[in-house]
Design a protein around this ligand. Structure first.
Ligand SMILES: Nc1nc2c(c(=O)[nH]1)N[C@H]1C(S)=C(S)[C@@H](COP(=O)(O)O)O[C@H]1N2
Ligand SMILES: [Mo]
Length: 453
């Protein structure tokens, strides 16, 4: 709940945006006593001498007075013994951060097993998504698979069809790489018009982790893949959704991984434990979870999840197929929809950018709805097909503003405004919306989702 209050980079926030759709706000606020804390923040806040020019340099600001009891008085943690090592042997976040959780959007899918939970991007820092906050997308619910009973079979156009146990796989030379997974439907609700209030719901179907596993190329080599005839692979999941996806063999031999670990530990059950495919840069559905079989074939498989789902409805009424790369995209996460800036003055505007085609080369930020742009700082490491964090200094003069970010990737591709994308794609798509996101800032500091440009 308090994730916003403890981090000054997020501004002082009146509302916790993640609670918008659930109406739990008041209950949690009183539980954690944050209402009072928040009010005292407001009471104590004052404006320092602030430059109002754009392109501000950081200015020290304080919302506490010199007589603040929080600095003058010894707290209980300075006068008593602390606890022994954490009671929960698997560490959990502070109780003051309990509001920072994945959230579902009730009614988004027809049955609860066909579910989505969104990553709370508004409360994250850097490029890595904590494993417990990685978004989830299940077509038929998740399972806790017994790794001792799990097998990976490779068949089709190979010299030797093989079946691997988890132990067989984990004996092979492994690699660790940082990549994003973004659902093709991320930001899909925004195709028609403004649909949801917060960045958790507009963009929260992206997460970025360090994955460890074996390159698929290693396994295909072991099986003696026939690269003359074998042009595509089919990846199949062990869940009842019959999830099968076609992947071109060039990608399979390039950077596709068969992974068992995420952020230094075995995959979480909901993210595919004990084994998943990772197809860097492609829409999330290609990264088949609970991976049980890879078949090498000579043509695309046109399975249900590529013939009926994950195809883009074009203005002509026809669908286009196999457009699986996630194009260059970015979004400002702070300040973002549902947050509120309580004072004028200095802010570190922060966000994330990514491209399924390579690295992020540049991110520009506008505070006037796209008329003027300034280049943001990119925080390293800048990795291919991974999230890149950007930051930019800004002095808010208290006037209404429209905040946008525009990313450019290593191919030179520039993230488009929503209306430019609509000219080509229409408004009835679900997938592949990589448009520039606009956040409107009112004079009272409230931030809301709008569509501009
Ligand atoms: N076997 C299987 N793999 C799957 C899915 C699924 O339902 N079953 N969902 C896919 C979709 S649509 C996405 S966006 C990603 C989401 O991965 P995550 O749940 O780890 O975020 O997994 C993909 N892999
Ligand atoms: Mo997805």
């Amino acid at each position: 709940m308090s994730n916003k209050l403890t981090s000054l980079t997020l501004g002082r926030l009146r509302k916790a945006p993640e609670h918008f759709l659930e109406g739990e706000l008041l209950a949690q606020v009183s539980q954690n006593g944050l209402d009072e804390q928040r009010r005292s923040f407001i009471r104590k806040s004052f404006l320092g001498a602030l430059a109002t020019a754009t392109g501000a340099s950081a200015v020290a600001q304080s919302t506490a007075t010199l007589g603040d009891p929080a600095i003058l008085e010894k707290q209980i943690w300075a006068t008593t013994l602390g606890k022994p090592v954490a009671a929960n042997p698997y560490g959990v976040p502070s109780k003051y951060e309990a509001g920072l959780v994945r959230r579902e959007s009730p009614g988004l899918t027809r049955v609860s097993a066909a579910s989505v939970s969104f990553t709370p991007l508004q409360g994250l820092f850097g490029m890595i998504t904590p494993s417990g906050l990685h978004f989830e997308r299940h077509h038929q619910g998740w399972y806790e698979l017994d790794p001792a009973l799990h097998r990976l079979m490779i068949n089709g156009l190979v010299k030797r069809e093989m079946i691997f146990t988890m132990e067989d796989l984990m004996r092979l030379p492994s690699v660790s790489r940082i990549h994003f997974i973004e659902c093709g439907a991320n930001t899909g609700l925004e195709w028609g018009n403004v649909a949801v209030p917060t960045v958790q719901y507009t963009h929260g179907m992206i997460s970025c982790s360090e994955f460890t596993g074996v390159p698929l190329a290693t396994l295909l080599d072991l099986c003696g893949v026939d690269l003359k005839k074998g042009k595509y692979i089919l990846a199949e999941g062990a869940d009842g959704s019959g999830m099968t996806r076609t992947i071109p063999v060039e990608a399979a031999m390039d950077d596709v991984l068969v992974v068992w670990a995420m952020n230094g530990e075995m995959l979480r059950p909901e993210n595919g434990y004990p084994l998943r495919l990772l197809v860097p840069g492609a829409q999330g559905v290609s990264s088949v979870k609970w991976l049980r079989r890879i078949e090498v074939g000579d043509q695309p498989y046109a399975s249900k999840d590529e013939a009926v789902h994950y195809i883009d409805l074009m203005p002509s009424g026809l669908h286009r197929q196999y457009t699986s790369i996630q194009e260059c995209k970015s979004v400002i996460t702070t300040p973002s929809g549902g947050q509120q800036l309580l004072t004028k003055g200095f802010y570190n505007v922060s966000g994330i950018a990514w491209s399924g085609r390579g690295t992020i080369k540049r991110v520009d930020v506008s505070v006037d709805g796209g008329k003027n742009w300034r280049e943001a700082r990119l925080e390293g490491p800048i990795l291919t097909k991974a999230i890149t964090r950007f930051n930019i200094n800004w002095d808010w003069d208290g006037a209404p503003a429209i905040l946008q970010s525009r990313a450019i990737d290593s191919t030179g591709y520039v993230q488009p405004p929503i209306n430019m994308l609509r000219e080509v794609r229409g408004t009835r798509s679900i997938y592949h919306n990589n448009a520039i996101q606009s956040w409107k800032l009112d004079t009272n500091g409230e931030v809301s989702n709008v569509q501009v440009g």
